[in-house]
Design a protein around this ligand. Structure first.
Ligand code: PMV
Length: 317
């Protein structure tokens, strides 16, 4: 066997995070500017599965990682799920994991890692792994990171295309009438999604009618945004982002820095901006016309963004 590699992109949520956990629609797109790549090479006979996490400078034998450690959840559990699915024994392989996706930043690093690990392992074992089979496996791996994932991260990352997603239903693709560019600014503050999801759950349990109304409005925004994208009405997309951000603030998942990054992006010319993903840290996204790209980037950096990426949502063929 020669070495085989597989990769998976990051993702951004354009509309509907948190409300999606409660059945409302959300829109997400792949972020190909960041990737996880996993290379599988043959290992010594009897050596088992060895995983080298290049970024952490750590090499672990899968059989020896404690099942309650974060390393197990991120690296070993996805491999176990795939081997169970293929009914394959633990192979003698060395996996090398490289990632440019920041962890706990709302960019889907966990789902991308699981996707790339499973793809590389399947390729090394010569097994077919269609996306429709991979997606539920990555969802299982996601559950380990936070108890009640909606399924949006694994779906957009496995299929690597923009999706309109309603929990429990097949992901829908949709037409993009006019291309547009989103800037992605990383606050540099990591914030585990399971904590914000749990806090929103507590808020919901304390006052279901109020929270259900907020979720319903976020759902209406996601539906309206889909229509704007399908008709090329970029003028309405920015204000919808701003309103979605205000509602996420009410869900207590924004932060001073995320609010400031959205504010400076808008002041520098962005059509709209909102936090993206679990919140309290992680990233914001901003809808930016070409002419405003330089001032928006400068403003975001000055306000404290540790990195600014952009992604182009292509027009449908
Ligand atoms: O994984 P993140 O941080 O991009 O956020 C996931 C989006 C949430 O709606 C907050 C949770 C979920 O499972 O959909």
């Amino acid at each position: 066997m020669v070495a085989v590699s597989a990769s998976a992109p990051g993702k951004i949520i354009l509309f509907g995070e948190h409300a999606v956990v409660y059945g409302q629609p959300a829109i997400a797109a792949p972020l190909t500017a960041v990737q996880v790549t996993v290379t599988a090479e043959p290992g010594p006979p009897g050596g088992g599965l060895v995983i080298h996490a290049a970024a952490l400078g750590q090499t672990v034998a899968a059989a020896q990682v404690a099942p309650d450690s974060p390393l197990f959840n991120a690296l070993v559990y996805p491999a176990q799920l795939l081997l169970e699915h293929l009914r394959a024994p633990m192979p003698d392989l060395r996996l090398t994991v490289r990632s440019t996706i920041p962890v706990a930043s709302g960019l889907g690093s966990g789902a991308a890692l699981a996707t790339a690990i499973m793809r590389a392992l399947a390729a090394a074992l010569g097994a077919r792994l269609p996306d429709d089979a991979l997606n539920p496996l990555v969802y299982e791996a996601e559950k380990r990171h936070h108890g009640t994932p909606s399924g949006i991260d694994n779906t957009v990352i496995v299929y690597a295309r923009p999706v309109y997603f309603v929990r429990g239903t097949a992901p829908q693709t949709f037409a993009v009438a006019r291309p547009f560019t989103l800037f992605v600014a990383d606050s540099g503050q990591s914030s585990p999604t399971r904590l914000t999801v749990a806090d929103v759950r507590r808020l919901h349990d304390a006052d279901p009618p109020r929270l259900d109304a907020l979720f319903a409005r976020i759902g209406e925004i996601a539906r309206a945004a889909r229509q704007s994208i399908e008709t090329g009405d970029l003028d309405s997309l920015g204000p919808l982002m701003n309103e979605n951000h205000a509602l996420l603030r009410e869900l207590t998942v924004s932060s001073e820095l995320l609010d400031r990054l959205c504010q400076v992006a808008r002041e520098a010319g962005a059509r709209g901006a909102k936090l993206s993903g679990g919140g309290r840290g992680g990233t914001i996204i901003a809808l930016v016309d070409e002419a405003d790209a330089a001032p928006v980037t400068a403003a975001l950096r000055q306000a404290g963004a540790v990195r600014v990426l952009s992604t182009h949502i292509e027009q449908s063929p």
